[in-house]
Design a protein around this ligand. Structure first.
Ligand SMILES: CC(C)(COP(=O)(O)OP(=O)(O)OC[C@H]1O[C@@H](n2cnc3c(N)ncnc32)[C@H](O)[C@@H]1OP(=O)(O)O)[C@@H](O)C(=O)NCCC(=O)NCCS
Length: 151
């Protein structure tokens, strides 16, 4: 994986549109880059296969987006990218990574659970604005230490 640069946004957006039910816009990716979020792409043979965006907030972070090209899914790429983003956060001394996932997104839920995320909340109707409706599950992954067994 390498850092995403503005020239990658078209290719990333093409994947996003193909694989996400409610895709980010080009502008969302451009904003993430401009805001200094951790934006990474997986590239092989000059082709972008996947991407992930992590927003740092003090000593915590929020995984805002992760996607793998449709013809590259189910080969371990999503897990490898997710684990790399967690390593990146760990390397920046972050304590926890959060994320919101659509309750109906069984593939993503299974991926996150397998990487050590646990469910810490349910937000009903979270995706009602431009998200087509549906509940969100909030998940957290603790990167270091334990506080009373909490995630
Ligand atoms: C979620 C996503 C990133 C997973 O990427 P991937 O490269 O296919 O995932 P991996 O091959 O690394 O699989 C990791 C685990 O995820 C789960 N998983 C992935 N695809 C799955 C599917 N279609 N059904 C059920 N579980 C699935 C499995 O637990 C899998 O582990 P296993 O292969 O050992 O059983 C990919 O499906 C995707 O881009 N989806 C659309 C975008 C999206 O929903 N992003 C998350 C919300 S922002």
């Amino acid at each position: 994986m390498r850092d995403m640069v503005p020239a990658d946004v078209d290719a990333v957006f093409a994947i996003e549109q193909a694989v996400q039910a409610y895709p980010w816009t080009r502008g969302n990716f451009a904003d993430a880059l401009n805001n200094g979020y951790f934006c990474r792409v997986d590239e092989a043979g000059g082709e972008i296969r996947g991407y992930a965006v992590l927003m740092p907030v003090m000593d915590e972070a929020e995984l805002l987006n992760i996607g793998v090209a449709a013809d590259q899914q189910r080969r371990g790429l999503g897990r490898a990218m997710l684990l790399e983003m967690l390593d990146l956060a760990r390397g920046k001394n972050m304590i926890r990574v959060f994320l919101e996932v659509r309750a109906s997104n069984t593939a993503a839920l299974a991926l996150y659970r397998s990487a050590g995320f646990v469910e810490i909340g349910l937000r009903r109707g979270y995706y009602r604005n431009a998200g087509g409706g549906g509940d969100a599950i909030t998940m957290a992954c603790r990167l270091k230490g334990e506080i009373d067994g909490q995630a």
